[in-house]
Design a protein around this ligand. Structure first.
Ligand SMILES: [Zn+2]
Length: 170
């Protein structure tokens, strides 16, 4: 797969989303999320200066973020996702995704922000009301440690987490 098989369209979850124009098999790589590599300090500076939305950066390591490009930041969150982030920034299908379906991943699986550092910079941790419409929607997008233990175990057991998260939660 590459991004030419993906399409940005209006989504029922939120604003716009990314949809596939091809059937994707479970375990198949969908694409790599891309963006400028930034440190936590740099990300805080950009958000404080209004150059960056607090929702845009993707955490890919301890205090390491990608300032995502347009298509990469358009993938919506779901509490019952059909894709996950593998390694650093590889988006992989959890299950079969049919042509025309929206692709989403659980943002919380990449959220283990350094609360102390963010607070000392005068900011609060980013959260967002969730409208994913999944049967077990958590109602809020928040740090991984806040999601139900059972759900955490599901992600850990199946390794549906990026490497830096697997290191912290096992
Ligand atoms: Zn939800």
């Amino acid at each position: 797969m590459n991004v030419s098989k993906l399409k940005i369209k209006k989504s029922k979850i939120a604003g716009k989303g990314v949809f596939t124009t091809r059937r994707i098999r479970g375990g198949q790589t969908i694409c790599f999320l891309e963006g400028e590599l930034c440190s936590l300090d740099e990300m805080i500076r950009r958000v404080n200066e209004g150059k960056e939305e607090p929702s845009d950066p993707l955490e890919i390591g301890d205090e390491e973020y990608l300032d995502l490009n347009e298509i990469s930041r358009t993938f919506n969150h779901s509490c019952d996702p059909n894709a996950f982030i593998k390694g650093k920034n590889e988006l992989v299908a959890i299950k079969e995704i049919n042509s025309g379906e929206e692709i989403n991943y659980d943002y919380s699986t990449t959220m283990n922000d350094n609360e102390e550092r963010i607070k000392s910079a005068g900011r609060v941790l980013w959260t967002c009301k969730c409208n994913c419409m999944a049967k077990y929607c958590r109602g809020i997008i928040d740090q991984f440690k806040t999601i139900p233990k059972k759900r955490q175990e599901f992600y850990v057991k199946n390794k549906f987490l990026p490497d830096f998260m697997l290191k912290h939660f096992k």
